[in-house]
Design a protein around this ligand. Structure first.
Ligand code: GDP
Ligand code: MG
Length: 175
């Protein structure tokens, strides 16, 4: 019997350089990008998953490139998104502070009742340069209503898949 396929559009946002493209590349191809190549436009990747309950999930991951500023984002990027990943760099405080702006942009441009969002603080391998406390992440997560927060390291492949599994569980619960 043909398995039912659940298709979800997942957008990933956050300031330039936080590791969004590296994250997607790690998650989809299990590779790590060392070079930083900002290009302009929107890229999109598909990750296919088989879930324990027998369903099949296709995640359509939308990545922005180049001038990552919430003010510049078009509504096409956000249109019909089912979930969002908001990412910052734990070594760059400004990228954490700008999460509020990204969340505001999502709230005004995604016209859905349920759009689970997760908060990811990347580059946990650079602990010595950490500028954001875990307690601050936790507070922001509660305040803005994210379904999950986690410190991750795309470089060390730490909490990448685990965080995505939580997002997928939330997506499945909503449908
Ligand atoms: P984007 O602009 O948000 O798409 O960021 P990129 O994925 O292009 O990454 C920006 C830079 O951060 C690149 O040089 C990556 O190699 C680096 N980077 C990404 N993830 C990590 C990580 O977990 N740890 C460290 N130390 N560097 C990372
Ligand atoms: Mg990028």
């Amino acid at each position: 019997m043909q398995k039912e396929v659940h298709r979800y559009k997942v957008i990933i946002v956050g300031n330039g350089g936080v590791g969004k493209t590296s994250f997607i590349t790690r998650y989809v191809h299990n590779e790590y990008l060392k070079s930083y190549k900002p290009t302009l436009g929107v890229d999109f990747f598909v990750k296919k998953l088989d879930i324990d309950n027998g369903s099949r999930v296709h995640l359509h991951l939308w990545d922005i490139q180049g001038q990552e500023c919430a003010m510049n984002m078009t509504s096409t990027f956000y249109r019909k998104a089912n979930a969002a990943i908001l990412m910052f760099d734990i070594t760059q405080r400004k990228t954490f502070e700008d999460i509020r702006i990204w969340k505001q942009d999502i709230d005004t441009k995604i016209f859905r009742d349920t759009c689970p969002c997760i908060l990811l603080g990347n580059k946990s391998d650079l602990k010595a340069m950490q500028e954001v406390e875990e307690s601050e992440m936790k507070n922001l997560c509660q305040e803005l209503g994210f379904v999950h927060y986690s410190e991750i390291s795309v470089k060390q492949n730490f909490h990448v898949k685990e965080s995505m599994n939580i997002l997928v569980e939330n997506l499945m619960d909503n449908t």
